[in-house]
Each structure stands twice: as C-alpha cells, then as structure tokens.
Design a protein around this ligand. Structure first.
Ligand SMILES: C[S@@+](CC[C@H](N)C(=O)[O-])C[C@H]1O[C@@H](n2cnc3c(N)ncnc32)[C@H](O)[C@@H]1O
Length: 268
C-alpha cells in the first residue's frame, strides 16, 4: 500500500495495484464523470487544446479529454501508479508524482484533477505549480468532496444505521491518517484564489444514494480496499460486515458526500 516513504509524509491511502482498485475507479467514473464532463464542457474545450489530467486513476476523464481535443490536441495523463489508464490515441500516459516531479511551464490550456489534491499534504504548493504549468489565460478544474455531512436517512434497523456511521467515521479517519483531507472541497475556491488564480467559479452538488447507486458501490469497494487500514484503525471485521449489509439493504438511503467542482484561470 505504500508508494513512497521519504519519512516526511504519509503515503497515499489507496493502491492502484489492489484487487479492488478497478471497482474503486469504475464507481468513481459512474458517480462523478457526468458532473465532471458537464463542467469541463463549459470551458469551451475543443480540437487542438493541450490538457493535463493529474492523478488520472482509471483514466475515464483523460480518455474523454483526448476525444474532445482530437485530432490535433494532446492530453498528458499522470499518476504515481498509471497502470489503469487506457492507451488511446491522443493520450500520453506518464508515471509522475505531482508533488515532486517537474511540469513544463506555460504548457497547458486545461488542467484537471479530481480527488487527488485532497490526498496530498502539499496541495497548496501543488496549486502554485499548476498555475505555472497553465498557459496564461488557461483553465483549471479541481473536483473534490466534503464528507462533513453525509448521514444515513433510512436503514433496516438502528444497528444498521450505527454500523454505517461507524464505517464512515473509520473511513475518514483512515484517509486523514494518510495525510488526506476528505473535506477539502469547500476550501478549494479559496485555495485557488490564494495560489494566484482568477475568475474562481465554485459549484457544488449532493444527492441521495440507494443500494444500487454508484456511491454505494464506491463505499463497498473502499470497505474492502482499505480493510487492513480500517481494522488497524479500530473497526472489527463484524463492524465492516454490518456496514456492508446496511449499504446493500433495499431500504438503504443516505445523503451523498458533497461534490465541489471549481474552475479558475491563470491570469492572462
Ligand atoms: C482517489 S483516486 C482518483 C482518480 C481519478 N482522478 C478519479 O477521480 O477518478 C486518486 C488518484 O491520484 C493518484 N495519486 C496519488 N498521489 C499522487 C501524486 N502525488 N501524484 C500524482 N498522482 C497521485 C492515485 O494513484 C490515484 O490514481
């Protein structure tokens, strides 16, 4: 699970080599791609644009970008573990750590990162690096979440509701212990302003998840992907089984995390 250990910072919590990484990225794509694409459309992205997709994960956004900028544009998709990013025309895939590896200055018309910077303690320095990597007038879109309010609404039993909440607390605890801030979403707009971006334009969205939702699938996948860390954090196997049973029950309904999507520009 550890991808870098320089002794100075915790390692990223998830692992693209884990058996559950495919499920994680499929769920993220199902859950978030429609909103991400709708917002990216508003940038007027078109043939010829040079784009950077940071922490591309399963690559669904990178592939969409490559289709939008074809035939003459290019997309660079980066990740510390890029093995799940598909090989498609117009897309260059690079193993790249955005906290330590260099990026070309004045190189991109559009930079996008979803659920990446919240995992990085260095997120503010990274934003300044991304500002320099954009062409003057170029657009950035950062998609992040807020997990401060995502209560269960209906459960089969009070014990199911309790198990669900215990799991969410454990999940947030494990992510925080790995240096992430899973509630960074509401701070993104201010962070972009502080980093020197202009025209900062935040939007946010939440919904209700049922047992067949992509959100439920993501929570189930994460409960297995992060199981060793969740157990080390104090949850038991029976706590996790109870939470999974609550999520797949037909009456399960819960408020989603809030998704924050913020666009901004490098000053021209
Ligand atoms: C939660 S996943 C999100 C994947 C994708 N952006 C999405 O929203 O579907 C975070 C991704 O960021 C990558 N990542 C983590 N730390 C990184 C770093 N320092 N530089 C680049 N990518 C990183 C991970 O390997 C993982 O693929």
């Amino acid at each position: 699970m550890t991808h870098r250990s320089d002794g100075a910072r915790p390692a990223y919590a998830f692992d693209n080599a884990n058996a559950h990484a495919g499920g994680q990225h499929d769920s993220l794509a199902r859950l978030l791609d429609p909103g991400t694409f709708q917002r990216l459309e508003q940038t007027a992205i078109t043939d010829g644009w040079e784009c950077l997709e940071i922490g591309a994960g399963g690559g669904s956004v990178a592939v969409w970008l490559a289709e939008r900028v074809a035939p003459t544009g290019r997309v660079l998709a980066t990740d510390i573990q890029p093995q799940l990013i598909p090989d498609v025309p117009g897309l260059t895939v690079a193993r790249h750590d955005v906290t330590t590896d260099p990026l070309l200055d004045d190189a991109f018309d559009l930079i996008h990162a979803r659920l990446v910077l919240s995992h990085l303690p260095e997120r503010h320095q990274v934003l300044r690096k991304l500002l320099a990597a954009l062409k003057p007038g170029g657009v950035i879109q950062i998609d992040e979440i807020d997990t401060t309010h995502w209560p269960i609404l209906t459960a089969a039993t009070p014990q199911d509701a309790k198990a669900y909440h215990a799991y969410l607390l454990g999940l947030v605890g494990v992510l925080r212990a790995a240096g992430a801030d899973p509630s960074w979403g509401p701070q993104v707009a201010a962070a972009l302003t502080d980093a020197g971006f202009t025209d900062v334009d935040p939007q946010c969205h939440s919904e209700v998840w049922g047992p067949d939702s992509a959100g439920a699938a993501l929570l189930l996948s994460n409960s297995r992907h992060l199981e060793p860390a969740l157990l080390a954090h104090g949850l038991t196997e029976s706590d996790l089984e109870a939470a999974r049973a609550a999520i797949v029950h037909p009456v399960f309904r819960a408020v989603s995390f809030t998704v924050h999507t913020v666009q901004a520009r490098r000053p021209a």
